[in-house]
Design a protein around this ligand. Structure first.
Ligand SMILES: [Zn+2]
Length: 292
C-alpha cells in the first residue's frame, strides 16, 4: 500500500493512472510521468551536481565498472528474486540497474529517487513506475518483494533510519539487495568528489541490517580483482580535502583500451569466482530478508 504524504491515509489509484487520497482528497502530483511524493526536496541536491545524471546516462552502458556491476547485481537477482516480483531500485539516479533488470525479464521494476531530474532518464529508459520521494519518509508500506539500493548507503548520515524505511516498504519475506564501496583504506579523492561519507567492511555493513532484525543471507566482497588498481588509485589520488571542478568532470573518463581490459577482468571474476568469499574487494554486496 501507498500512504498519502499529507495525512498518511492509504492512497487509491485513479482510473487515469494517478493516486488520490481518500481522506484529505489531495491528489499526488505527477510531473512528466514521475509521481512526486515530496516535491519540496526534489531540487535540493546537497553536494550533488544535477549535471551528473546527463554524464551518467552517457557513460553507464560503456564504463567497465558500471557494466560489470549491473551484470553482477542482475545475477544475484536471478538467483534469489522471481521475475514477476514487485521491485524498486531506490536512489536509482538514472535507473540504470532498473533498466538492466527489466531487460533481463523482470516485469515489475520501479525506480525511486529524491531527484525527479534523475528519474526523467529512468522514464526515457522505459521504466514505467517512477517515484520521487525522500526515503527517510517513504510512503510505501509492505509494497515490494525486493528493494535494491546500489551504492547509496555511503551517501547517508542515517543508515539505521534508511534500513527502518526499507523494512516498512518490504512485504514479509521480502529481500533487500544492496552494494556499497569497500574499505576505508581504499578511500580516495573520488569518494570525496562523489560526496561519500564512508566506505565499508562486510561486518560493518552487515551489522546495520542485523540490528534492524533482518536475516542476512549474503554479505561478501566482490570486484576483488581490481583491488590492486583501486589501491594504486587511493595512493595516487589522495583525498586532500578539496574537490576540484576538473575532478568532477574527469570521474568517468577511462582510456578505451583500459576500459575494455578491466571489463574483461571483472567479467572473468564474475564468471569463475562468483561463489568465492574474498577477503577484500572493491565493493560489498549484501542480501537480507525481512522475517515473516
Ligand atoms: Zn491524505
Amino acid at each position: 500500500m501507498i500512504l498519502c504524504p499529507g495525512c498518511s491515509a492509504e492512497l487509491t489509484p485513479e482510473p487515469q493512472g494517478g493516486l488520490i487520497c481518500g481522506r484529505c482528497a489531495a491528489p499526488v502530483v505527477i510531473r512528466d510521468g514521475v509521481i512526486m511524493f515530496h516535491p519540496e526536496v526534489s531540487g535540493s541536491h546537497g553536494g550533488m551536481n544535477p549535471g551528473i545524471y546527463e554524464e551518467l546516462a552517457r557513460v553507464e552502458e560503456k564504463h567497465f565498472w558500471m557494466r560489470a556491476r549491473a551484470e553482477y547485481i542482475t545475477s544475484i537477482f536471478e538467483e534469489l528474486v522471481a521475475k514477476k516480483a514487485k521491485i524498486i531500485e531506490i536512489g536509482s539516479s538514472t535507473g540504470n540497474i532498473a533498466r538492466v533488470l527489466a531487460k533481463s525479464g523482470y516485469s515489475d521494476v520501479a525506480a525511486g529517487d529524491v531527484h525527479a531530474s534523475a528519474l526523467a532518464f529512468a522514464g526515457a529508459y522505459g521504466i514505467k513506475n517512477l517515484y520521487q520521494f525522500d526515503m527517510m519518509r517513504s510512503p510505501f508500506r509492505e509494497h515490494f518483494e525486493a528493494v535494491g539500493m546500489f551504492d547509496v548507503f555511503e551517501h547517508l548520515d542515517d543508515e539505521a533510519g534508511a534500513v527502518e524505511n526499507i523494512l516498512r516498504m518490504l512485504k514479509p519475506g521480502g529481500l533487500v539487495l544492496a552494494t556499497v564501496p569497500a574499505h576505508m583504506w581504499l578511500w580516495n579523492r573520488e569518494d570525496a568528489v562523489a560526496s561519500h561519507r564512508r566506505r565499508y567492511t562486510v561486518s560493518r555493513f552487515r551489522s546495520i541490517f542485523e540490528k534492524a532484525g533482518l536475516s542476512v543471507l549474503k554479505a561478501r566482497y566482490f570486484f576483488a580483482s581490481i583491488v590492486p588498481l583501486l589501491l594504486l588509485r587511493s595512493l595516487s589520488h589522495r583525498d586532500r580535502g578539496e574537490v576540484l571542478a576538473e575532478d568532477f568532470m574527469n570521474r568517468f573518463k577511462v582510456n578505451t583500451v583500459i576500459n575494455l581490459l578491466l571489463g574483461k577482468l571483472l567479467d572473468a571474476e564474475s564468471r569463475f569466482f562468483s561463489k568465492v568469499n574474498f577477503c577484500c574487494g572493491g565493493s560489498v554486496l549484501l542480501v537480507a530478508r525481512k522475517n515473516t
